[in-house]
Design a protein around this ligand. Structure first.
Ligand code: CNA
Length: 483
């Protein structure tokens, strides 16, 4: 479902991001420590992956960099750059390059490295409290590196009128969607605070909610996944107004591809054509036995899924019954260590009467877990088909935190306009136009302004207030005005 580590991302996709960085320093001693990102890259290339102390240090920095940070909070905190300062500093970096930027700022004593980190959205980590300023250099180096890798916002697209005109004139739109387009149907997303699955799992005491979708843990104890799957599995074929909007783009001949991270399979119900749909993380449409690879329609295991009960493979059960009575029960074929409470109780709940079922393979819905590869079609379609055709990118209802899908926006030609529709801003990507609020409301309002009729039972004639957010030229909030 949510790959990251272990997923294969073909080299051509990575290349553009790496090529644009020139961390070579003419004066090595002056920039000591600031080229940490390049050092890290060199080490990556030369190590065998066995994990040296240096690697650990790098991953510590990367962890600081990858923390979910509320940008508004960072810029409002003591000793940090204000949002305006941060924007000006980032602009200057791009204009003059890394070396001159460092010379003009930290080396000229204009600003500390610690404060400069905040311009790149990095909150100084607690373990550097009280350390001399040069202790912040490696972190600043990585922040600068990350900034230089980013696609730069196109200055000519800023207003809602620009968004409307782009929708009007574009003919090959990539729509990249996430869990946010299904929340209006009662299907929780992952990361929304309070309502998302991760909040719910934290409340259940699971230390890392991503474990639910970890393939090795699934093999050890599928009951953890099954206890959660029922919440994501749609109980009807209803789709949202945002799904209907994507269908409308298709009907108007404007949809190049809908890359969806969703596994609820609702795009199909909305009528998105299979050839225009890439389900990046698979879907609940089918399930496969993890032992014998027997594949079934997920309807077959629907009731188990909905009941939170681990579904077993019919083919395995049939085979086990055929070889009886010589068959011996396998107590624990999954290499379980018994370290987890939940796993223990799952195994112990195996009843002797159900021994056939207990040892039959587990059915895994064909969704991509952390640690599994994405479907080959994802890469092929993006690189070999879409990259040269796309004329607009529309990202809707995703936090863009799951790689490699999160990297899609970075590998497309940088002069192709990109727009973002979601409740929360996405601070690690510079979209040309950000439209924040409920996605059903936003797409409905956009259709109204373009002059398209969006037909859907949930679409209402609400008046929508669209406001430019303070401090931004192209970030808008959309809110229904109460009658
Ligand atoms: P996420 O990280 O939970 O992000 C969802 C984003 O959508 C957040 O930024 C929310 O603020 C935003 N959002 C939520 N509701 C709305 C709304 N009504 N209008 C506008 N924005 C909204 O989920 P991602 O999709 O980014 O992460 C990818 C994961 C989530 C994939 O692996 C999926 O398989 C997985 N997932 C899918 C489903 C589904 O299929 N419906 C449900 C839950 C999780």
């Amino acid at each position: 479902m949510a790959p990251g580590e272990g997923t294969k991302w073909e080299p051509p996709l990575k290349a553009p991001a790496i090529e644009i960085i020139d961390l070579e320093s003419e004066d090595e001693s002056a920039n000591k420590g600031l080229n940490a990102a390049e050092d890290a890259k060199d080490r990556d290339a030369s190590t065998d992956g066995s994990g040296s102390e240096d690697d650990n240090e790098d991953s510590l920095w990367e962890e600081v960099l990858n923390e979910d940070e509320d940008q508004a909070e960072i810029h409002g905190s003591d000793g940090a750059c204000t949002l305006e300062e941060a924007q000006a500093l980032r602009k200057r970096l791009r204009l003059v390059g890394e070396d001159r930027f460092i010379a003009e700022t930290v080396e000229a004593g204009i600003i500390t490295a610690k404060k400069l980190c905040t311009a790149f959205g990095i909150r100084p980590p607690f373990f550097l409290d009280g350390q001399p300023d040069d202790a912040f250099y490696p972190l600043l180096g990585l922040g600068i590196c990350r900034e230089l890798q980013k696609r730069v916002k196109l200055p000519q697209y800023n207003t809602i009128d620009d968004a409307v005109s782009l929708l009007n004139k574009s003919k090959n739109i990539i729509v990249l969607t996430g869990a946010g387009i299904s929340t209006s149907l009662g299907i929780p997303d992952f990361r929304s605070k309070g309502t998302g699955l991760y909040s719910q799992l934290e409340n259940l005491g699971l230390s890392d909610p991503q474990e639910v979708f970890d393939i090795s843990l699934f093999r050890e104890d599928p009951s953890i996944f099954y206890s959660v799957a029922k919440d994501i599995l749609p109980s009807s074929t209803k789709f949202s107004p945002t799904h209907a909007f994507i269908r409308l783009l298709q009907d108007k001949g404007k949809l190049l591809t809908n890359f969806t991270q969703n596994i609820d399979n609702l795009e199909g119900h909305a009528g998105i054509l299979p050839e225009k749909l890439i389900q990046c993380h698979g879907s609940f449409a089918t399930a496969t036995c993890i032992e014998c690879k027997y594949k079934v329609d997920c309807q077959k295991i629907y009731y188990d899924l909905k009941a939170g009960k681990v579904a077993r493979c019919d083919q395995c059960i049939r085979k086990i019954r055929e070889v009886k009575p010589g068959f011996k029960r396998k107590r624990s074929s999954n290499g379980s260590t018994g370290a987890r409470k939940k796993r223990q109780s799952y195994e112990d709940s195996t009843d002797d009467e159900d021994e056939d079922i207990a040892v039959a393979g587990v059915m895994k819905p064909d969704i991509t877990f952390f640690g599994e590869d994405l479907p080959k079609r994802f890469h092929d379609r993006l690189i070999d088909h879409d990259r040269d055709k796309v004329d607009l990118v529309l990202v809707i209802g995703t936090s863009l935190k799951v790689a490699p899908v999160s990297e899609v926006v970075g590998v497309l030609p940088r002069d192709v306009p990109q727009m973002y529709i979601s409740r929360e801003p996405c601070s690690h990507v510079d979209f040309d136009i950000d439209m924040l609020g409920d996605c059903d409301t936003i797409v409905t309002e956009l259709c109204r302004r373009v002059g398209w009729e969006l037909q859907h039972e949930m679409v209402r004639e609400d008046k929508v207030d669209v406001k430019l957010q303070d401090g931004y030229d192209s970030r808008y909030s959309f809110q229904i005005v109460q009658a």
